[in-house]
Design a protein around this ligand. Sequence first.
Ligand code: XLS
Ligand code: NI
Ligand code: NI
Length: 438
Amino acid sequence: MNEPFFSLSDPIPFEGPDSRNPLAYRWYQADRQVLGKSMEDQLRFAVCYWHSFCWRGNDAFGADSLLRPWFDGADAMQLAERKADVAFEMFRLLGVPFFCFHDRDIAPEGDSLTQSNANLWAMTEILARKMEDAKTRLLWGTANLFSHRRYMAGAGTNPDPEVFAYAAAQVKTCLDVTKQLGGQNYVLWGGREGYETLLNSDIKQELDQLGRFLNLVVDYKHRIGFEGAILVEPKPQEPTKHQYDFDVASVFGFLKAYGLEKEVQVNIEVGHAVLAGHAFEHEIATAHALGIFGSIDINRNDYQSGWDTDQFPNNVPELALAFYYILSAGGFGRGGLNFDAKLRRQSIDPDDLLHGHVGGIDACARALLAAARMIEDGALGAALTDRYAGWRGDEAAAMLRGERGLDEIAARVESEGREPRPQSGRQEYLENLVNSYL
Ligand code: XLS
Ligand code: NI
Ligand code: NI
């Protein structure tokens, strides 16, 4: 019997906004109905395995600061089991409905691909057994195609076809495992699918490889009858200088070019949007506009640092706007809200993991309530509808449908002789309106 890892044994209770208990929910009440669904079903929270249970607190200037009982020892599989025990203990304490992992987070890499696969299947069985007694389900699985040195020049985009093939083999097993565990989605984040210098990188060749790689994944998904969505996670840079899946719009262009825009959607991460110079809600609204919204990785970046700091989310007004765009477009569907967030390097106590998640969950719950008020009140939506009302006229609609040529439009404008009447964009009014719901 192992020592308990956390200080709590009972799940985090809901105590309401007035509670001073730091390990209680003040806003997140799983079964509270919001816009016709429980908070749990609206938000579909997931804990990510890598930051919570695999990261050692190391950074570019210092070694491990987080010392966990499953980090070092002779038997890697035993350590992986101990890690899984703590993971499921935390899922139970938080009451989260989902989790996410990389293949190498849950099971150690072996000396050969065969050995790595055997480790992965053994751990898959162990997780499957744990899931029988837990409410927590798998939101998505993904293959780690960026940590091992074989992937230093990319996986699908590697100049060496043998690395491409190795990565394909790794994804095949990871998809099998994700399906076996009932995963709702499968994610590909192209951590090293980019370049450090153009001097040694052939963009056309690498994009063709990446397009082939993704087509192979989609094809295999259909062959095994995996019902989850395939999601690409955009990020502009880091670790590479440039990543091909730069942002949502670039991913859409890439999907179109390789015939995948109906097959693949996006997993949007707050910190990656910020790195790309976008607001998070910009990425969400763009994905909806292009019909490729899938899921989100929730976290926050330090706005001054210039890298992906993966902090726990705590900014309610920012989250509220993001949720407004997600809910207005129909909510998460198969997607969810994955805490791709890690502790700060000095937060070395086990319970710090609980504080990070409780705060993040509460900030999201509070933001959900504000977003629901925006939707229920309808003033923001009405202002938007109003702004485009002109396009509902017959002539305007005919122009948009492509039924008028440039010459016909020109002739009409000249014959009518009317000057368009500028209208206020009302930005300050709208911003004040948003604040009134928070
Ligand atoms: C890294 C990414 C990564 C993906 C999963 O920046 O966010 O954690 O979510 O590979
Ligand atoms: Ni992520
Ligand atoms: Ni990230």
